[in-house]
Design a protein around this ligand. Structure first.
Ligand SMILES: [Ca+2]
Length: 313
């Protein structure tokens, strides 16, 4: 698992570079994974059954966010907004804005909704929201190692989940970003922005959207040196669960957990984290319109190589 220098993401995000180095050996016990990202439809079943209110729907307090400007202490979430023209890619606040009233029911803000988007991945999901859903579903979130094991589909050492070519035979294999980032997503892969789940070929384990579409929460705390630490131990890492304490030197006061898989915003101009070995990160109370999740369940013996060969669920 992990990346070499050649396959490490080219990424304008501060602190991301080299966090997936070096390649190291990992063992994980067998498990089952949702074939697709959790959809709006499925999340709605959970909310109807439990009355759960996501973090983006709750009004944040000054106690929780002492450094936040008062105008930000309103329920909402972060939404990607294309810039009017090309911008230097050194400040992501140019294309992310905090949108009052944005949440899973209103992905682009209060005037948007999820009618007709039942099969789209649920977004604006904070870490605890994903954990609450997983618990209700009798499942849990994957560890980062489980996610990467699953994403690689039984093939170690490839750049992408499907091979070493981004567009094998000219074919798009995941929902990512084409065009000029962050001005115009030309949607050559069929989708400008988010796509319904299951629109691209599954990986060899039958997992859809394991690359692209939306980032997915993993249960590990994020540290950029964690893969290096596993490698330094010099043995096969068995069922690694992540570091004990989160730390991101780029934003040292924030507690982050791992995101994996990349999203519809990943592009070769800004951030190539559709590469299967690369890593992402997110502050735990923060969702956005390109972060979702899927769940896993423990597997019986010998299921690791036979999981999810059946129909998608
Ligand atoms: Ca796309």
């Amino acid at each position: 698992m992990g990346s070499t220098m050649e396959t490490e993401s080219l990424c304008g995000l501060p602190g991301v570079t080299r966090d997936a180095l070096p390649v190291h050996r990992v063992y994980v016990d067998g498990f089952w994974m949702d074939a697709m990202e959790v959809t709006n439809e499925k999340f709605e079943q959970f909310v109807k059954a439990t009355g759960y209110i996501t973090i983006a729907e709750r009004t944040p307090t000054k106690e929780e966010f002492p450094t936040a400007p008062a105008e930000n202490l309103v329920a909402g979430s972060t939404v990607f907004t294309p810039t009017p023209g090309p911008v230097p890619l050194d400040n992501f606040y140019q294309w992310w804005r905090y949108e009052k009233g944005a949440n899973w029911r209103h992905p682009e803000g209060p005037s948007s909704d999820i009618k007709g988007r039942e099969k789209y991945p649920v977004v604006h999901i904070a870490y605890d929201d994903a954990v609450a859903y997983a618990k209700w579903a009798g499942k849990r979130l994957p560890t980062e190692a489980e996610f990467e094991f699953a994403a690689r589909g039984g093939k170690a050492g490839l750049i992408y989940a499907w091979g070493n070519e981004l567009h094998p035979g000219g074919k798009f294999m995941a929902n990512t970003y084409q065009g000029t980032f962050p001005v115009k997503d030309s949607g050559e892969d069929g989708f400008s922005g988010i796509a319904p789940v299951g629109q691209f070929p599954p990986n060899p384990y039958g997992l859809y959207d394991i690359t692209g579409n939306v980032w997915e929460w993993c249960s590990d705390w994020y540290r950029p040196d964690y893969y290096a630490e596993l490698a330094r131990q010099g043995r096969v890492a068995r069922n690694p669960q992540g570091p004990d304490i989160p730390f991101d030197p780029a934003e040292p006061t924030e507690k982050k957990r791992v995101h994996r898989g990349g999203s519809f915003l990943c592009s070769d101009q800004y951030c190539t984290r559709y590469m299967v070995g690369t890593r992402g990160k997110g502050e735990v109370t923060t969702g956005s319109n390109h972060v979702g999740f899927r769940c896993v369940q423990p597997g019986g013996s010998g299921t690791a190589h036979g999981a999810n060969k059946g129909k998608p669920s």
